[in-house]
Design a protein around this ligand. Sequence first.
Ligand SMILES: Cc1ncc(COP(=O)(O)O)c(C=O)c1O
Length: 441
Amino acid sequence: MEDNLDGSILDAPKILITPPGPKSLAILKQQEVYETSALNYPKYFKIAIDKAQGSTIVDVDGNVYIDMVTGISVVNLGHNNPYIKKYVETQLNKVWHTLEIPTEIRVMFAKKLLSTLGFKAKLLFTTTGADAVEAGVKIARWVTKRKVIIAFEGSYHGITSGTLGFTGANRFKEFNPIFDSFVAKFPYPYPYRCPFKDCVNDILSLIDYAISNPAYLGGEVAGILVEPVQGEGGYVIPPRGFLKGLREIADKYSIPLIVDEVQTGVGRTGKMWAYQWEGITPDIVCISKSIGEGIPLSMVAYREDFDKLPIGFHLGTYRGNPLGLAAGLATLEFIERFDILSRVQRLGEKVLSELKEEISNPHVGDIRGLGFMIGIELVKGNKDPLSEGVKKAIEESLKRGLLVYKAGRWDNVIRLMPPLTIPEKLLFTGIEILKDILNNV
Ligand SMILES: Cc1ncc(COP(=O)(O)O)c(C=O)c1O
C-alpha cells in the first residue's frame, strides 16, 4: 500500500516565498473586512489556501505545506482522498438532502458504523460534535431520569450553551455565562502533572465516593462524560485503567458511560475507537469530525436497550447529510481495506520514540502520544507553561512548510495530528523540521 495512498504532493514542503506571500495577504485582508473579529485560525496560519491534495496543502502563492493539522483531526484520510471523492461524487449525482427520509447510502453507512462499535447500538444523527454531545447527555438524562453529569477538568466538548457546562476551560465561559450547570467536575489523570499519589485510583475513589453521596453532588448522576484522550486539553493520555475504572463505577451505580470520541475516533489513536484500547464498551458514544472527512457528519450511538426515545426527541435540519454519509461509508471501508489502524500504531510509535530520543531542549517538559495524537508540552522551570514557545514553533514551522497547531489548558502543547494516510517520507520530513526547530531555534 505504501506510500502515497492519499495522493499527496511528494516533494513537499516547497516554500517559494516566505508566508504570508502577497496573494495570501490580499485575501486575508479581504476576510478581515467581511468577517468577524473573532476569527481564530488565520491568526496562526497566515495564508490563504488554494487547494489541497492528501497530506499537503497549497497556498495561493504556490507554497506547498505538509499538513499535520488536518482541520483539527477532520481530514484523517487526507484532503481530496480519491477513494472518498468517488463515493461523494456518486452521491452528488443522486441527492444531497433528504431530512431523515432514508436513502441507500444512509442505511449502508449505519450498518457499517454500528458493526465497528463492539456493542449493540442504535444511531441518532446530529449536526456537529457539540450537538452529538448534547444529544448523548440528553439520552442519558432521559433514560435515567436524573440530572447531574460528571465531567472532567481540561475537557472540551464544545461551546454551545449546553456543552459549555461540560467543557473544562473557563475562558470560553467568559463569552457566554449561561450554560448547563448540572455538572460535577473531577480531575482528569494527567500523568505529567498529577498531584495525587496514584493518579488513576485516587481519582476513581473520589468519583465513587461522590456518587455514593448524592447530597455531595446536588443530585443523582445521569451520566459520566469523558474523552478517552483529552484533545483540546493537551493530548493528555490517561494511564491504562482509568476508562476501565469509570466503566466499573458506571456499572456499580447503573450510570451510562458517555464516551466523547469526536476527536479520538475513527482510527486517530490506532484503534477505530479509543475506548477499545481499554477493552471496554461505553453506553453512549459521540462521533463527529473525521467520520465525514470534512463533510459535516455527526451522530450519537447508544445502547440498543436505551431505544425508547419519543418521536422528535432530538431535531436538526441537516442531520445525516447524504454527502457526509457517502464520505463516512468510504472512510470506514478505506480504513479496513488499507489496514490503516496498524499503520497508525506502527508509525505513531516510531514518531514518538524519534521525538523522545532526538529532541534536546530544556523547555520540552513532556512528549506523549497515542497513535497519531502526539503532543509536545513546553514549560519554563518548575513545569510552568510556556505558551509563547508553542506560538513560536507554529510560526517557524509554517515558514518552513509544516502545519502544526497548539492544544492544552495553557496553550503550551504543540499538537501533531497528521493524516492517518500521510506518506512516510512526508511524515518524517515534517518531524525533521520540527526537531530542528525545537533543537535549534
Ligand atoms: C472531544 C471533542 N468533543 C466535542 C467537540 C466539539 O465539536 P464541534 O466543534 O464540531 O462542535 C470537539 C471539538 O474540537 C472535541 O474535540
